[in-house]
Design a protein around this ligand. Sequence first.
Ligand code: CAA
Length: 283
Amino acid sequence: MNIKKVMIIGAGQMGSGIAQVCAQAGFEVYLNDLKPEFVERGIGVITKNLTRNVEKGRMTEDEKTSVLGNIKQSTNLQDAQNVDIVIEAAVENMDIKTKIFAQLDEIAPEHAILASNTSSLPITEIAAATKRPEKVIGMHFMNPVPVMKLVEIIRGLATADEVYQAIEDMTKSLNKVPVEVNDFPGFVSNRILMPMINEAIYTLYEGVATVEAIDEVMKLGMNHPMGPLTLADFIGLDTCLYIMETLHEGFGDDKYRPCPLLRKYVKAGWLGKKSGRGFYTYS
Ligand code: CAA
């Protein structure tokens, strides 16, 4: 399989990061979102990251121009007819994802791979919305995408070996490290990370320590680059809640019950960094 042209669905935090690393690796990229202003915002973030690379001497101005030249703005799913792979990074919602995959299945060429950057939803169920489940796969990048080395690759029940191999090769060409996992709620990354974050929120909820103290213990005591409550704000509290709900429902075990404080914050619209307030406030 020769992958040259890529479409990224969703120009938010994850989608724009994926578009950046694909464009830097020389792929032709369509960055797609519902409205032109969403795509422009994503291009703005990419431009800022590339400018920092130029300032730090890691890239020339010409290379920056060439990377940006690899990205086409798109607000029309029909552009999927031109690509070899689509990587979907839309919101974490099964109904929305299955609708997008059903549409892409009609539009994308027969050989095209349909990948999802879902952080916890079953790939097998997303694949069932298409008539090409053997070409559907999970490609889970970590945030911030330009910095983090891991891509968790999730095989659905029907994913073909050559599709897995093509995605592993593509991941390496993005200068990332692929790790193969099977399709289970939360895969490996969020099955382990999210219960830790949820437990940190319970620790706060039960008054064991302050926000700052909890983060300090995990940073200085466990050498984590950021504390779990800072990390939760950084990921987005709505995303954390959604993933905990997926684990709770998927395993049916109360050890995955989302902390009531997490629910309360999300109901209040305190979604973390992106909304200006979560466990911390952001200006
Ligand atoms: N985009 C691009 N580059 C970024 C960035 C971003 N959003 N944030 C930081 N960086 C770059 C900085 O520019 C800096 O680069 P330079 O060396 O050129 O200066 C470098 O990363 C280090 O940044 P800082 O010095 O500002 O801060 P730091 O040392 O604390 O590193 C961090 C920042 C890499 C984010 C680090 O704090 C970290 O590793 N945090 C944990 C991240 C993590 O756990 N990610 C996984 C989240 S879970 C997930 O993504 C999966 C899911 O499904 C929810």
